[in-house]
Design a protein around this ligand. Structure first.
Ligand code: FNR
Length: 348
């Protein structure tokens, strides 16, 4: 048996193996509501044998959506559609998790199939918010700088979305603090030029994330796993660094965060990222050395690769993104002992 198929306990939750589905926006929601696409898409990966399914970035507020087609959890009415999905996932042996998110200055864009351009008000777009009035791309309409009242509202929105996630049956909650979205915009010195308590020093730039973690912990049960996805580096001189990530993770560990999902980039349009197989694994390893669990993600496409990351102690879980879009049943053949659904046993 490979390390992939070793079970993992995080708090009260048991994962049957170490493979997870990385959160991937489907841009298929209507007014934030999940529909049949989401049930079939996530359900297929549960049937496909991964231990964890992290649902896509789900907006905590309408203005926090990347596109008008993102999932949302700003309204109690959005709980039911997600509950159907978590019920199905749990009935088939995987654990359902959700990534709650606010896109900050990267909100109000069209979907990738329509070109991803920023939407004007006439096109159904909305005013975006950020730590400072700096656009992600020089050609875009700048975001509005959040004042302290606005920051408090965002923190409350994360707390409310966490509570709704619980009601929807999720057993893992991931705070999206990566990829140039709102929380990352605060901790990166390139997008945060504030002079108040939320800008300047390292302690001030990470304050929003810490306050969101604390707010979420008031409603998210202490025996359920709490993950944070971080961009470990901005890949840009003068930007957020791996050293700062490691410092931040020591603080997050002490606060009771269970696992850091180690990604990178997304906050600088011109950053040059040395993309290649497993290019972010070293970040998961560096963070894991601080004593917190990590997941590795990014161009991990084979069982051998995933297994050696786990075997070498570089991460506790491996998340797969695009490979699971290509092969929903990847996990079934990644290890001979992974449990197959009864319905498919004649094909084994
Ligand atoms: C993504 N990614 C992503 N990341 C995230 O944190 N939240 C999200 O909602 C999304 N959405 C998304 C949609 C699509 C279509 C893709 C391909 C990617 C990033 C994803 O989770 C993963 O980190 C990267 O794709 C790298 O892993 P792979 O694809 O190389 O395994």
């Amino acid at each position: 048996m490979s390390k992939i198929n070793e079970e993992l306990m995080i708090k009260s939750v048991r994962f049957s193996n170490r493979l997870g589905m990385s959160p991937m926006c489907q841009y298929s929601a209507v007014n934030g509501f999940a529909g049949d696409w989401h049930l079939v898409h996530y359900g297929s990966r549960a049937v496909g044998g991964v231990g964890l399914i992290l649902l896509e970035a789900t907006a905590v507020a309408p203005e926090g959506r990347i596109t008008p087609y993102d999932l949302g959890l700003w309204d109690d009415a959005q709980i039911d559609g997600l509950k159907k999905i978590t019920d199905f996932i749990h009935a088939h042996g995987a654990v359902a998790g959700i990534q709650i998110a606010h896109a900050g200055r990267k909100a109000s864009h069209d979907s990738p199939v329509n070109g991803s351009a920023q939407l004007s008000a006439e096109q159904g777009g909305w005013a975006t918010v950020a730590p400072s009035a700096l656009p992600f791309d020089a050609n875009e309409i700048p975001p509005l700088e959040l004042d302290e009242k606005g920051i408090s509202e965002v923190i409350a929105q994360f707390r409310e979305a966490a509570l709704r996630s619980l009601k929807a049956g999720f057993k893992v909650l991931e705070i999206h603090a990566a990829h140039g979205y709102l929380i990352h915009e605060f901790y990166s010195p390139l997008s945060n030029k504030r002079t108040d308590g939320y800008g300047g020093s390292f302690e001030n730039r990470i304050r929003l994330l810490l306050e969101i973690v604390e707010a979420v912990q008031t409603v998210w049960p202490a025996d359920l796993p709490l993950f944070v996805r971080l961009s470990a580096t901005d890949w840009t001189l003068g930007g957020w660094t791996l050293d700062e990530t490691v410092r931040l993770c020591e603080i997050l560990r002490k606060k009771g965060v269970d696992l850091i999902d180690c990604s990178s980039g997304g906050n600088v349009a011109t950053a040059r990222i040395p993309i290649g197989p497993g290019y972010q694994v070293a970040f998961a390893e560096a963070v894991r050395n601080t004593g917190i669990m990590t997941s590795a993600v990014g161009l991990i496409t084979t069982a051998t690769q995933a297994n050696s990351i786990l075997q070498d102690g570089k991460a506790d879980m491996v998340l797969l993104g695009r490979e699971l879009l290509r092969q929903p049943y990847f996990a079934l053949t990644a290890d001979e002992n992974i449990t197959w659904p009864d319905q498919y046993l004649r094909a084994k």
